[in-house]
Design a protein around this ligand. Sequence first.
Ligand SMILES: C[S@@+](CC[C@H](N)C(=O)[O-])C[C@H]1O[C@@H](n2cnc3c(N)ncnc32)[C@H](O)[C@@H]1O
Length: 238
Amino acid sequence: MSADISLYNTHPDEYNDIQNLRPDYKKAIEMTVELAIKYMHGKNSISIADFCGGTGAITKKIADIINIDKAKIVDTNQEFLNIAERADIKTKKLETACSDILDIKLDREYDLILSIFAYHHIPDDKKEKYLKQVVDGLKENGILILTEIYLPNKKITLNYYHKLLDEMSEKSPILEKFITETAESTDYEFKVSRGFADRQMTELGLTEIECIKIWPLDNTLDKDIGTFVQIFKNTNKS
Ligand SMILES: C[S@@+](CC[C@H](N)C(=O)[O-])C[C@H]1O[C@@H](n2cnc3c(N)ncnc32)[C@H](O)[C@@H]1O
């Protein structure tokens, strides 16, 4: 569980509101939803799996716009899943599973897998297994949306979160504590470089078809550092 970041445990009802005060998170979610709509356009009987999907807020935003037949939300936090179950997500079938994402058995039935600020919660030596779960779950040519923060080392991680706090106009003690704990976390945050992630994707047959940088858009950090929304296609044959 989220040992050294208290927001996940102590304020589940405030989680979405707090995250949405962050320019990186808010813009990344807007872009994630826009791209999900774009890549699911013209498909019927759409099924979505939301890996580490928390309160299901992103699946809900997508399901408000396009017809979804099935949505599965997997998370280790039962309180988040309770919120997802009460959220009136517009889908014919909603499944939630309180489980480590690495322990879930998936068939190749999903058109879209969402990995939204999730990959960095998986320890580096298990990230490949996490992506194999994606490959196991996606149909051939199915789409992975990987919304992720790439930070290659601790110094840059601290710079990123200092800059984020500096640029936020609306701050609260809960938000500041959350950002500080996230920046300093040693047992729940395992952020890597974009190159690390891209190499793993390529090796597993997940082919990048679009990549959009979200934040920061000035030149204070390297072009490959920061928050990105990436679209990958599962090019493995069934
Ligand atoms: C930063 S939150 C993102 C939640 C959601 N995707 C969003 O963008 O709002 C990370 C989520 O991952 C969940 N989580 C962390 N490690 C997990 C694991 N191994 N298996 C399943 N869920 C996990 C946490 O409980 C939390 O809800």
